[in-house]
Design a protein around this ligand. Sequence first.
Ligand SMILES: CC(=O)[C@@H](O)[C@H](O)COP(=O)(O)O
Ligand SMILES: NCC(=O)COP(=O)(O)O
Length: 254
Amino acid sequence: MIELGVNIDHVATLRQARRTWEPDPVWAAVEAHLGGADGITVHLREDRRHINDSDVRRLRELTQVKLNLEMGATDEMVDIACALKPEMAMLVPEGRHEVTTEGGLDVLAQEARLKDVVGRLADAGIVTSVFIDAELPQIDAAGRIGARVCEIHTGPYAHAFHDAGRDAESPAVLLELDKVRRAGEAACGLGMRFNAGHALNYYNVEPIARLAGVRELHIGHAIVSRSVFIGLRAAVAEMKRLIREAAAHAAHRA
Ligand SMILES: CC(=O)[C@@H](O)[C@H](O)COP(=O)(O)O
Ligand SMILES: NCC(=O)COP(=O)(O)O
Protein backbone atom coordinates (compact mmCIF):
# COMPACT_ATOMS: atom_id res chain seq x y z
CA MET A 1 0.00 0.00 0.00
CA ILE A 2 1.24 3.49 -0.80
CA GLU A 3 0.81 5.78 2.17
CA LEU A 4 -0.48 9.32 1.86
CA GLY A 5 1.01 12.03 4.03
CA VAL A 6 -1.17 15.12 3.91
CA ASN A 7 0.65 18.43 4.19
CA ILE A 8 -1.50 20.88 6.15
CA ASP A 9 0.77 23.94 5.92
CA HIS A 10 -1.79 25.87 3.93
CA VAL A 11 -4.46 25.52 6.56
CA ALA A 12 -2.08 27.56 8.70
CA THR A 13 -1.44 29.91 5.76
CA LEU A 14 -5.13 30.79 5.80
CA ARG A 15 -5.07 31.37 9.55
CA GLN A 16 -2.04 33.62 9.21
CA ALA A 17 -3.86 35.75 6.64
CA ARG A 18 -5.71 37.18 9.68
CA ARG A 19 -3.16 36.33 12.42
CA THR A 20 -5.98 34.62 14.26
CA TRP A 21 -6.73 31.14 15.62
CA GLU A 22 -8.79 29.62 12.80
CA PRO A 23 -8.65 27.41 10.85
CA ASP A 24 -6.73 25.23 13.28
CA PRO A 25 -4.17 22.83 11.73
CA VAL A 26 -4.88 20.35 14.52
CA TRP A 27 -8.49 20.11 13.36
CA ALA A 28 -7.14 19.68 9.83
CA ALA A 29 -4.95 16.79 10.97
CA VAL A 30 -7.92 15.04 12.54
CA GLU A 31 -10.09 15.59 9.45
CA ALA A 32 -7.31 14.36 7.15
CA HIS A 33 -6.87 11.30 9.33
CA LEU A 34 -10.61 10.57 9.16
CA GLY A 35 -10.41 10.91 5.37
CA GLY A 36 -7.75 8.19 5.26
CA ALA A 37 -4.44 10.05 5.58
CA ASP A 38 -1.67 7.79 6.83
CA GLY A 39 0.32 10.68 8.16
CA ILE A 40 0.55 14.44 8.45
CA THR A 41 3.32 16.61 7.08
CA VAL A 42 4.11 20.10 8.28
CA HIS A 43 6.95 22.37 7.25
CA LEU A 44 8.10 24.42 10.22
CA ARG A 45 9.79 27.16 8.28
CA GLU A 46 12.46 29.27 9.94
CA ASP A 47 10.34 32.37 9.29
CA ARG A 48 7.20 30.62 10.72
CA ARG A 49 5.15 31.96 7.82
CA HIS A 50 2.46 29.31 8.33
CA ILE A 51 2.99 26.43 10.75
CA ASN A 52 4.39 27.60 14.10
CA ASP A 53 5.94 26.04 17.18
CA SER A 54 2.67 25.83 19.04
CA ASP A 55 1.07 23.98 16.08
CA VAL A 56 3.71 21.28 16.03
CA ARG A 57 3.57 20.87 19.82
CA ARG A 58 -0.23 20.61 19.81
CA LEU A 59 -0.19 18.23 16.81
CA ARG A 60 2.12 15.98 18.80
CA GLU A 61 0.17 16.23 22.05
CA LEU A 62 -3.40 16.11 20.77
CA THR A 63 -3.29 13.66 17.87
CA GLN A 64 -1.99 10.16 17.28
CA VAL A 65 -1.19 10.73 13.63
CA LYS A 66 2.23 9.88 12.24
CA LEU A 67 4.10 13.16 11.91
CA ASN A 68 6.60 14.11 9.22
CA LEU A 69 8.34 17.35 10.21
CA GLU A 70 9.85 19.19 7.26
CA MET A 71 12.68 21.48 8.33
CA GLY A 72 15.88 23.21 7.37
CA ALA A 73 19.01 21.44 8.62
CA THR A 74 19.74 24.11 11.23
CA ASP A 75 20.70 23.70 14.90
CA GLU A 76 17.46 25.38 15.97
CA MET A 77 15.33 22.95 13.95
CA VAL A 78 17.30 19.89 15.04
CA ASP A 79 16.76 20.91 18.69
CA ILE A 80 13.03 21.32 18.07
CA ALA A 81 12.79 17.94 16.32
CA CYS A 82 14.74 16.17 19.08
CA ALA A 83 12.34 17.58 21.68
CA LEU A 84 9.20 16.93 19.61
CA LYS A 85 10.17 13.47 18.34
CA PRO A 86 8.19 13.27 15.09
CA GLU A 87 8.21 9.85 13.44
CA MET A 88 10.16 11.38 10.57
CA ALA A 89 12.10 14.58 9.99
CA MET A 90 12.61 15.64 6.41
CA LEU A 91 15.50 17.94 5.62
CA VAL A 92 14.65 20.54 2.98
CA PRO A 93 16.48 23.60 1.66
CA GLU A 94 14.84 26.93 2.46
CA GLY A 95 14.98 30.28 0.76
CA ARG A 96 13.57 33.33 2.52
CA HIS A 97 12.00 34.70 -0.65
CA GLU A 98 10.69 31.50 -2.18
CA VAL A 99 6.93 30.98 -2.44
CA THR A 100 7.44 27.26 -1.86
CA THR A 101 10.43 24.92 -1.88
CA GLU A 102 12.17 25.46 -5.19
CA GLY A 103 14.54 22.51 -5.39
CA GLY A 104 15.98 19.55 -3.58
CA LEU A 105 18.56 19.66 -0.83
CA ASP A 106 22.16 19.69 -2.11
CA VAL A 107 23.36 16.77 0.01
CA LEU A 108 26.58 16.39 -1.98
CA ALA A 109 27.71 19.90 -1.10
CA GLN A 110 27.36 19.48 2.69
CA GLU A 111 27.81 15.81 3.45
CA ALA A 112 29.81 16.13 6.67
CA ARG A 113 27.39 18.60 8.29
CA LEU A 114 24.30 16.67 7.19
CA LYS A 115 25.76 13.41 8.44
CA ASP A 116 26.07 15.04 11.84
CA VAL A 117 22.42 16.24 11.65
CA VAL A 118 21.20 12.76 10.68
CA GLY A 119 23.22 11.30 13.57
CA ARG A 120 21.69 13.73 16.09
CA LEU A 121 18.18 12.93 14.84
CA ALA A 122 18.87 9.18 14.91
CA ASP A 123 20.11 9.44 18.51
CA ALA A 124 16.70 10.93 19.35
CA GLY A 125 14.98 7.99 17.61
CA ILE A 126 13.93 10.00 14.56
CA VAL A 127 14.05 8.65 11.02
CA THR A 128 15.60 11.16 8.61
CA SER A 129 14.27 11.74 5.14
CA VAL A 130 15.94 14.04 2.64
CA PHE A 131 14.06 15.99 0.00
CA ILE A 132 16.23 15.68 -3.09
CA ASP A 133 16.12 16.16 -6.82
CA ALA A 134 15.94 13.04 -8.97
CA GLU A 135 19.71 12.96 -9.45
CA LEU A 136 21.73 9.82 -8.83
CA PRO A 137 24.78 11.52 -7.21
CA GLN A 138 22.42 13.11 -4.63
CA ILE A 139 20.92 9.72 -3.86
CA ASP A 140 24.35 8.18 -3.35
CA ALA A 141 25.20 11.08 -1.04
CA ALA A 142 21.92 10.57 0.88
CA GLY A 143 22.99 6.96 1.45
CA ARG A 144 26.42 8.06 2.68
CA ILE A 145 25.04 10.50 5.27
CA GLY A 146 22.79 7.77 6.70
CA ALA A 147 19.38 9.03 5.52
CA ARG A 148 16.80 6.27 5.77
CA VAL A 149 14.38 7.86 3.31
CA CYS A 150 14.65 9.85 0.07
CA GLU A 151 11.68 11.98 -0.88
CA ILE A 152 12.18 12.55 -4.58
CA HIS A 153 11.22 16.05 -5.69
CA THR A 154 8.33 15.70 -8.14
CA GLY A 155 8.12 19.43 -8.94
CA PRO A 156 9.85 19.17 -12.37
CA TYR A 157 7.54 16.29 -13.32
CA ALA A 158 4.46 18.21 -12.15
CA HIS A 159 5.47 21.34 -14.01
CA ALA A 160 6.13 19.37 -17.20
CA PHE A 161 2.70 17.77 -16.81
CA HIS A 162 1.05 21.16 -16.45
CA ASP A 163 2.99 22.69 -19.34
CA ALA A 164 2.06 19.74 -21.58
CA GLY A 165 -1.62 20.46 -21.02
CA ARG A 166 -1.92 17.41 -18.73
CA ASP A 167 -0.79 15.08 -21.51
CA ALA A 168 0.73 12.21 -19.54
CA GLU A 169 2.24 10.77 -22.72
CA SER A 170 4.13 13.89 -23.79
CA PRO A 171 7.91 13.33 -24.14
CA ALA A 172 8.74 15.99 -21.54
CA VAL A 173 6.44 14.36 -18.97
CA LEU A 174 7.76 10.88 -19.70
CA LEU A 175 11.33 12.14 -19.36
CA GLU A 176 10.69 13.67 -15.92
CA LEU A 177 8.71 10.64 -14.80
CA ASP A 178 11.56 8.38 -15.79
CA LYS A 179 13.99 10.51 -13.78
CA VAL A 180 11.80 10.03 -10.69
CA ARG A 181 11.54 6.30 -11.43
CA ARG A 182 15.30 5.85 -11.75
CA ALA A 183 15.95 7.92 -8.64
CA GLY A 184 13.47 5.80 -6.67
CA GLU A 185 15.05 2.62 -7.95
CA ALA A 186 18.48 3.87 -6.88
CA ALA A 187 17.21 4.82 -3.40
CA CYS A 188 15.64 1.38 -2.97
CA GLY A 189 18.84 -0.24 -4.26
CA LEU A 190 20.74 1.48 -1.44
CA GLY A 191 18.23 0.25 1.12
CA MET A 192 16.44 3.56 1.55
CA ARG A 193 12.72 4.16 1.43
CA PHE A 194 11.42 5.79 -1.76
CA ASN A 195 8.96 8.59 -1.07
CA ALA A 196 7.90 11.32 -3.47
CA GLY A 197 6.27 14.70 -3.25
CA HIS A 198 5.84 18.30 -4.26
CA ALA A 199 3.21 19.78 -6.58
CA LEU A 200 1.37 16.48 -6.98
CA ASN A 201 -2.34 16.89 -7.61
CA TYR A 202 -5.51 15.04 -8.69
CA TYR A 203 -4.44 15.14 -12.36
CA ASN A 204 -0.80 14.15 -12.18
CA VAL A 205 -0.62 11.74 -9.25
CA GLU A 206 -1.47 8.47 -10.99
CA PRO A 207 1.73 7.92 -13.03
CA ILE A 208 3.76 8.57 -9.87
CA ALA A 209 1.62 6.14 -7.85
CA ARG A 210 2.26 3.48 -10.50
CA LEU A 211 6.05 3.62 -10.04
CA ALA A 212 7.61 0.47 -8.61
CA GLY A 213 8.79 0.74 -5.03
CA VAL A 214 7.18 4.06 -4.11
CA ARG A 215 6.12 3.93 -0.46
CA GLU A 216 4.67 7.32 0.48
CA LEU A 217 3.40 10.39 -1.31
CA HIS A 218 3.30 13.75 0.44
CA ILE A 219 0.67 16.06 -0.94
CA GLY A 220 -0.53 19.37 0.42
CA HIS A 221 -1.48 22.30 -1.73
CA ALA A 222 -3.83 20.41 -4.07
CA ILE A 223 -5.66 18.64 -1.25
CA VAL A 224 -6.10 21.77 0.86
CA SER A 225 -7.24 23.68 -2.25
CA ARG A 226 -9.88 21.09 -3.05
CA SER A 227 -10.98 20.98 0.57
CA VAL A 228 -12.18 24.57 0.28
CA PHE A 229 -14.96 23.26 -1.95
CA ILE A 230 -15.63 19.71 -0.77
CA GLY A 231 -14.16 19.52 2.73
CA LEU A 232 -10.84 18.07 3.82
CA ARG A 233 -12.09 14.61 4.69
CA ALA A 234 -13.56 14.14 1.22
CA ALA A 235 -10.56 15.69 -0.53
CA VAL A 236 -8.19 13.29 1.24
CA ALA A 237 -10.45 10.30 0.53
CA GLU A 238 -10.53 11.19 -3.16
CA MET A 239 -6.73 11.43 -3.34
CA LYS A 240 -6.36 8.14 -1.45
CA ARG A 241 -8.69 6.46 -3.93
CA LEU A 242 -6.72 7.72 -6.96
CA ILE A 243 -3.45 6.50 -5.43
CA ARG A 244 -4.91 3.14 -4.42
CA GLU A 245 -6.41 2.50 -7.85
CA ALA A 246 -3.25 3.51 -9.71
CA ALA A 247 -1.10 1.26 -7.52
CA ALA A 248 -3.54 -1.64 -7.96
CA HIS A 249 -3.51 -1.13 -11.71
CA ALA A 250 0.30 -1.20 -11.77
CA ALA A 251 0.40 -4.34 -9.60
CA HIS A 252 -2.10 -6.05 -11.91
CA ARG A 253 0.03 -5.27 -14.98
CA ALA A 254 3.31 -6.36 -13.38
C1 LIG B 1 9.35 20.03 0.59
C2 LIG B 1 8.13 20.31 -0.14
O1 LIG B 1 8.05 20.01 -1.26
C3 LIG B 1 6.97 20.95 0.43
O2 LIG B 1 6.54 20.26 1.52
C4 LIG B 1 7.17 22.35 0.83
O3 LIG B 1 8.41 22.49 1.47
C5 LIG B 1 6.09 22.76 1.75
O4 LIG B 1 6.42 23.96 2.28
P1 LIG B 1 5.53 25.20 1.93
O5 LIG B 1 4.15 24.82 2.32
O6 LIG B 1 6.07 26.30 2.77
O7 LIG B 1 5.64 25.41 0.46
N1 LIG C 1 6.99 17.31 0.67
C1 LIG C 1 5.97 17.68 -0.23
C2 LIG C 1 4.77 18.09 0.50
O1 LIG C 1 4.70 17.93 1.69
C3 LIG C 1 3.62 18.65 -0.22
O2 LIG C 1 3.97 19.58 -1.17
P1 LIG C 1 2.76 20.30 -1.99
O3 LIG C 1 1.78 19.24 -2.38
O4 LIG C 1 2.14 21.29 -1.06
O5 LIG C 1 3.47 20.90 -3.17
